[in-house]
Design a protein around this ligand. Structure first.
Ligand SMILES: CC(C)(COP(=O)(O)OP(=O)(O)OC[C@H]1O[C@@H](n2cnc3c(N)ncnc32)[C@H](O)[C@@H]1OP(=O)(O)O)[C@@H](O)C(=O)NCCC(=O)NCCS
Length: 424
C-alpha cells in the first residue's frame, strides 16, 4: 500500500463524458488505481471538440489523467466475462450511463452485489433511480435548468442563464466522490460490505443552489422582500436572477475599472463591520456617518448609489491596481480574471493549478490541477490520459490473472470488437 489516501483502492471506472470522469480522476489523484473500462468505440469525448483532428480531445485528456484504459465489448459474452472478473477484483464500480443501460446487460445492483458483496456501486443519473423523471437522460444544462441554477443566474431582464462552472456535471462528480469515500470508510468499519452510492445531477445542482432555496423560504410567498438584492423583490413568489448581487449576508457587486474591457471589473464586498474602512478608502470621514450608508439597512436600501460611488473611485485604477489598493486596507475583493489571465497568474502557478502534462504520445498539454491538497500524499505527478485500450493486456494479466492463451480466447469471442450499432 502506498502513502496516498486512496492507495490500495481499485476502481472499475465505466464513466463517460464529464460527470463521472471528473469524479474518478479526483480519486485517481488521491491514489486509487482507476481502470477506465471503455466500449471499444471509446469514450465519446475522445472525439468531441478536437483541437487537432488526429488527437484525443482536451475534453478527454483533461478529465482522464492518471487512469488506465481497457476496452471490452459488453455486447459479447467474452466482454462480460472480463467485466465480471474485474467486478470481483475491484473495490468500487462507477458508471454514469443513461437510465437502465447496465441493467440491460443484466447487471443490476443486486446482481453486482451478488458477484462481489464488498464492491461499492457508484452511479450518476440525471434524476436518480426513482421518481417520475428517473427514465430521462441528462446533460449539464438540463441539470442546471431543473435544479434552480438557470432561473437564478443572469440579470432579471435577460433570459435564464447557464453558469460557466459545470455544476451539473463536475458538481455531481464531486458529490459522487464524497459518497464513495464515505462508503469505503463504512465498509472498512462495518464488516466489509459494499453499498450503492447514487448522485443525481438535479439534486447536486439543488445542493449547490442551497442559498437560493434559503431565499425562496425568506420570500414567504410574496409577503417579504430580500433586502440585500439591488432590485425590488417584494411581491415575488420565486427567487429572481440576482445579476451580480452577492446573494450573501455581505453586500457586494462588480465594479468596472480602466481600461473598461470585457473583464475589467473587480468584485467588491462591503463587509458589515468594515464599512468605516470602505468609507474612508473611497471617500472621507463624513462618508462614514453619512445617513444614506451609516447602517446596514440603509446601505442595502441605497446600494445602487453606493456602487456608483465606488465605481467613480475605481475608474482611475486597473483591476489589479484596485485589488491591491483594497487588499492593503483589508477590504475583500477580487479581479474578474479571464481564462487566459488565470493560465498565467502567479498565484495559480504557485498552487500548481495549471499543470503541464508531459509524456502523452500525442504531445504535452496543459490541464487544471488538483484542487484538494492532502498533506500526507498529495498528487505527485499528473500523468497523461491513456490512449484507448492502452492497458487492456496489462490489466487482464495483472488484475484479472488471465494468461496469454485466455486473452486470445476472449479476443476470438469478440471481447474487443466494436459492438453492433443500436437499432433505432
Ligand atoms: C450522458 C448521456 C445522456 C449519454 O447518452 P448516450 O450517449 O445515449 O449513452 P448511454 O449512456 O445512454 O448509453 C451508452 C450506450 O453504450 C453502450 N455501451 C457502453 N459501454 C459499452 C461497452 N463496454 N460495450 C458495449 N456497449 C457499451 C451501452 O450499451 C449503451 O447502448 P444501449 O443504449 O444500446 O444499451 C447518458 O449517459 C446519461 O443520461 N447519463 C447519466 C447522466 C449523466 O451522467 N449525464 C452527464 C454526462 S456529462
Amino acid at each position: 500500500m502506498g502513502s496516498k489516501a486512496l492507495s490500495g483502492v481499485r476502481i472499475l471506472d465505466m464513466t463517460h463524458v464529464q460527470a463521472g470522469p471528473t469524479s474518478s480522476q479526483l480519486l485517481a489523484w488521491m491514489g486509487a488505481d482507476v481502470i477506465k473500462f471503455e466500449n471499444p468505440t471509446g469514450d465519446i469525448t475522445r472525439k468531441q471538440l478536437r483541437h487537432d483532428p488526429n488527437k484525443d480531445s482536451l475534453y478527454f485528456t483533461m478529465l482522464n489523467s492518471n487512469k488506465r484504459s481497457i476496452i471490452a465489448n459488453m455486447k459479447s459474452k467474452a466482454g462480460c466475462e472480463i467485466f465480471e472478473e474485474l467486478l470481483r477484483k475491484c473495490d468500487v464500480i462507477m458508471e454514469n450511463f443513461g437510465p437502465g443501460v447496465l441493467a440491460r446487460f443484466g447487471y443490476t445492483w443486486e446482481k453486482i452485489h451478488e458477484i462481489n458483496p464488498a464492491i461499492i456501486y457508484a452511479t450518476i443519473k440525471g434524476f436518480g433511480s426513482s421518481g417520475p423523471y428517473s427514465d430521462y437522460k441528462a446533460y449539464e444544462p438540463i441539470a442546471q435548468a431543473m435544479g434552480g441554477s438557470m432561473s437564478t443566474t443572469g440579470f432579471p431582464e435577460n433570459p435564464p442563464t447557464i453558469t460557466g462552472a459545470q455544476i451539473g456535471d463536475t458538481g455531481t462528480g464531486l458529490h459522487l466522490a464524497i459518497g464513495i469515500c464515505a462508503a469505503l470508510y463504512h465498509r472498512t468499519h462495518n464488516g466489509g460490505i459494499g453499498q450503492e452510492v447514487e448522485a443525481a445531477m438535479q439534486e447536486s445542482v439543488m445542493n449547490l443552489c442551497r442559498v437560493k432555496f434559503r431565499d425562496q423560504g425568506r420570500l414567504m410567498g410574496g409577503k417579504a422582500a430580500l433586502p440585500e438584492y439591488s432590485r425590488p423583490t417584494l411581491g415575488l413568489t420565486a427567487v429572481p436572477r440576482a445579476g451580480n448581487d452577492s446573494g450573501g449576508g455581505q453586500l457586494g457587486n462588480c465594479i468596472p475599472c480602466k481600461p473598461f474591457g470585457t473583464n475589467d471589473y473587480v468584485y467588491f464586498i462591503v463587509q458589515e463591520a468594515n464599512w468605516p474602512v470602505v468609507a474612508r478608502a473611497i471617500g472621507d470621514e463624513a462618508l462614514v456617518t453619512d445617513e444614506r450608508f451609516a447602517t446596514l439597512a440603509e446601505r442595502r436600501k441605497n446600494q445602487n448609489e453606493l456602487w456608483k460611488m465606488i465605481a467613480d473611485f475605481a475608474k482611475n485604477y486597473t483591476k489589479r491596481e484596485f485589488t491591491a489598493f483594497c487588499n492593503e486596507k483589508n477590504i475583500p475583493c477580487g479581479p474578474v480574471l479571464s481564462t487566459e489571465e488565470i493560465m498565467t497568474d502567479p498565484h495559480v502557478a504557485h498552487r500548481e493549478m495549471i499543470v503541464k502534462v508531459e509524456g502523452h504520445p500525442q504531445g504535452d498539454y496543459y490541464t487544471v490541477g488538483m484542487p484538494i491538497k492532502l498533506s500526507m500524499g498529495n498528487v505527485d505527478k499528473i500523468l497523461p490520459a491513456p490512449m484507448l485500450g492502452e492497458h487492456t493486456e496489462e490489466v487482464l494479466k495483472e488484475v484479472c490473472g488471465f494468461s496469454a492463451e485466455k486473452i486470445a480466447e476472449l479476443k476470438a469471442g469478440g471481447a474487443f470488437e466494436v459492438p453492433p450499432k443500436k437499432k433505432k
